[in-house]
Design a protein around this ligand. Structure first.
Ligand SMILES: Nc1ncnc2c1ncn2[C@@H]1O[C@H](COP(=O)(O)OP(=O)(O)O)[C@@H](O)[C@H]1O
Ligand SMILES: [Mg+2]
Length: 426
């Protein structure tokens, strides 16, 4: 039963708070980041899946698969397609009586050679079947390798090792070892196929020649989703909501905003979930395009707040300087002397030590790295020389509200007159 059908007289304040979440959602878990959609809900990736399946296809008869690398920005479905294609290969091989093992190693967690080898062998071992116990700690790298080769030969004809976020691995030795295992005589029965996944398209350039020639991998590039694909992806998650809660206008709004933001499906789904939460918490029984816009603002503000919270006091002061300028001027672009003067004002207002121009410049560069600022050198003509321009990439009122919400810099530097903020609590 949906909330809108509930008898109004039963709704106590507390009762409302508990029933709201069900108000719009039928099954919210469909919008979780980790949710794996059913195969017929994977949208617009047939070609990529087909190419990956083709590379891995020899595994179906117990042969050595080709290695494959998937490249593309975040949220383009790489992890999803790798998971799906490898699962299918394992299942189809089993029907032929071929034992294929599959493990997914998250290299952003297991980011050294030893950790990655350990995660692989722990993921593929079955102690009851092999009698091999793989301890969590205490073994050196070569022991973990030893156990890996032992487990692979004991259990599988083919092992598919998916190295997700492979660019986080601190070196490429593990790739080398995996791709040369058979040649080097480490394995008798089992062949290994590596599926590498990277958000950084330039990852391959960083691989040494010996690794490339040993891998001989196929490259599959995932391009950002366009608006139509994002719309389909969102539609396929609508069973997360009760009937008639989400209209086509909401689907379009989510798709448009996510398409503007690099075609990231993860962002599109998050947007839909946040919009649903906002609708539920204001007691609506339908989502509106405004809920989606609000959700976007909340998400951006949360991101800003996290970035700001991660900065040092001085770092915060430099961003505050640019933001306070952007709030009072018509532009978002400022030269170094303007930024420094605003920074000095903030220091004076709050009793913070004033750092040198050079130090402030270094701190501003860190905001540039975080893509909050853009710093460019502009030619001022022969007589005047060149100078730096600092452009705030975020909406200044959004940055301001993130500062306000952090409860620390509230009011400081925002031309709001004298404030009583003390720096001791920053
Ligand atoms: N083609 C698609 N169809 C349905 N859902 C998708 C599709 N692509 C991505 N998603 C969903 O979007 C989110 C991000 O996808 P993911 O595979 O993790 O991206 P990547 O690994 O490229 O960063 C996941 O929740 C995933 O289920
Ligand atoms: Mg991924």
């Amino acid at each position: 039963m949906t909330r809108r059908n509930a008898p109004v007289e039963n709704a106590s304040v507390l009762g409302d708070a508990f029933s709201m979440q069900q108000g719009v959602f039928a099954d919210k878990s469909l919008l979780d980041v980790g949710h794996v959609p059913a195969p017929d809900h994977i949208v617009a990736r047939n070609e990529e899946i087909r190419r990956l399946a083709t590379a891995l296809n020899p595994a179906l008869t117990g042969g050595a698969p080709s290695n494959a690398f998937l490249y593309g920005k975040t949220g383009t479905g790489k992890s999803l397609c790798a998971r799906y294609a490898t699962t299918r290969i394992v299942e189809a091989a089993a029907e032929n009586g071929v034992d294929v093992g599959r493990v997914i190693v998250d290299c952003s967690q297991d980011d050294t050679e030893t950790r990655a080898v350990r995660a692989t062998v722990r993921g593929l071992n079955d102690a009851e079947e092999t009698g091999v116990v793989v301890p969590e700690t205490g073994l050196g790298r070569s022991r973990y390798y030893g156990l890996l080769w032992e487990v692979l030969d004991a259990r599988f004809d083919v092992a598919l090792v998916v190295l997700d976020e492979i660019d986080c691995l601190d070196d490429t030795e593990y790739l080398m070892q995996l791709s040369r295992a058979a040649e080097a005589g480490k394995l008798d029965r089992c062949s290994v196929g590596v599926v590498g996944i990277s958000n950084k398209i330039k990852y391959r350039n960083r691989l040494e020649e010996r690794v490339k020639s040993s891998l001989q991998e196929r490259e599959i590039v995932f391009t950002p989703y366009d608006r139509e694909a994002l719309r389909e992806i969102i539609r396929s998650r609508l069973s997360a909501f009760d009937d008639d809660v989400v209209g086509e206008d909401v689907v379009s709004k989510c798709a448009c905003l996510a398409a503007e933001e690099h075609g990231d499906a993860r962002k599109a789904i998050n947007l839909l979930r946040h919009a649903g939460e906002l609708a539920a918490s204001d007691g609506s029984d339908q989502l509106t395009a405004d809920h989606v816009l609000d959700a976007k603002n909340v998400a951006e503000r949360d991101r800003m707040r996290e970035l700001i919270a991660g900065g040092t006091v001085q770092q915060k002061a430099t961003l505050l300087a640019v933001t306070s300028l952007a709030l009072v001027e018509k532009t978002r672009t400022f030269k170094t002397p303007e930024v420094y003067a605003a920074y000095e004002d903030i220091c004076a207002e709050t009793g913070l030590e004033t750092l040198s121009k050079r130090r402030v410049h270094d701190l501003l560069r860190e905001w540039e790295f975080l893509e909050v600022l853009e710093i460019t050198r502009t030619g001022g003509g022969r007589a005047r020389g060149s100078y730096l321009q600092h452009r705030l990439l975020e909406d200044p009122s959004l940055v301001r509200s993130a500062f306000d919400q952090s409860g620390r810099f509230a009011g400081v530097g925002f031309a709001s007159g004298g404030t009583t903020t003390t720096w001791s609590n920053i």
